[in-house]
Design a protein around this ligand. Sequence first.
Ligand SMILES: [Zn+2]
Length: 463
Amino acid sequence: MNKPLLSLLLLLVVTVSFSQTFDVETIKNAGDNDKRINLVILGDGYTASELTDFETDAANFVSAIFGQSPFSEYSDYFNVHIIKVISNESGANHPGTATDEGSYNVPVSTVDNYFGSTYDGFGSHRLLYAPNYSLIISVLADNFPEYDQALILVNSPYYGGSGGEFPVTSTGTSANEIAIHEIGHSLVDLKDEYYPGDYYAEEGINMTQETDPSLVKWTNWIGSNGVDIYQYCTTGSCASWYRPHQTCKMRYLGYPFCAVCKEGIIEKIHDLVSPVDSFSPTNLSIETSTFPVSFNVSLINPSTNTLETIWTLNGSTHSTNVDIISILEADVNNGLNSLSVAITDNTSLQRIDSHETIHVTTVTWSIDNTTLGITDITAEENQFSISLYPNPTNNAFYVKFDSFNSSNVRLELTSMDGKQVLSTRLESGITNTINLNQQAAGLYIANIYSDSVLLARKKVIKK
Ligand SMILES: [Zn+2]
């Protein structure tokens, strides 16, 4: 167990860079690159004859990260590619100038590697970093410009690494654990759960100065999975900062991510990629004009499938939790019909903030039906994120949503006897207040629609 490394504020080194094209290989392929999060690993300090070592080291990292929750559950959302960067010499630089050299006993070396990776960054021996930032950018641009997250793997057996936009790790002790911890920083913006110093202390997914359990961002997790509000330390400036867990990977290598960090990672995955891999028919391929017509979505399923689907035809629920449906002539009206499917992830690993936020992806088909049969089908994919909180509530609840288009979103509240008690239009990007003063205590169903598409159905409890 090692203490993770200090994050490194990368200095932009101005150099005149020329770059090269290297072999690029996909070592984990879950699907189309434009439908996946693309992790790209660049080697440094690997000579031409050591490229097979690089492939092995990169493969080890892939098994390590996708063996850990929540990357294991969401493995199919990621592709991994390697850029086989060739260095003139093997290994990393070690000037031996750090103030804490004595405790490490690593030989001094000068190495002509590609990105200039070196130990002793900012006076700290284990701070291994790649100073030639502009060269990393240009190698990525020339070899794999569509990367979502890049990582530098340095061919050196000694402990070390750093964070920043491009995490760096050696191949030494705890290398994979360092890399996963640093990806927590750079991909998801998780904070350290050991005190990182005043400069890096700030509000984040897993770091706060809020001490009220009902207001803290991880309020929904308090009391489960070891989550509480833990002080970083008892004296000094770190005493005013709090973390959600005592042994998260963002504090100690070798431990799992805590529930709050897992939730943040999944939230980021949903921000970056839609669970809809493909759907048919598309606008471009109207294959059939005779009934029955088949509609389907191909989804990127988490390893335990927590995705839920609701199909709506002309405002009524058609079916749920199926990927394919068949529409009969008797199902549709003459003229324009609207068929849609809304997909949400109901994983128990998410209890967002103090809110119940749901990401919803919809695919909507407009079906133009005449007595001669279907004349036209058009399809459109859309994404929404909706928060409804607090729940249970006393006199009001709040709904916030964002969508990529300016569709008309409406909330309808129905009591348990099936009576609609409230219908209101929601504005995008602001907090909408739904007043329950006129309603009796009890259970209600809130249906949220985009035009006639049912996006979400939530139980709301008035106390
Ligand atoms: Zn954590």
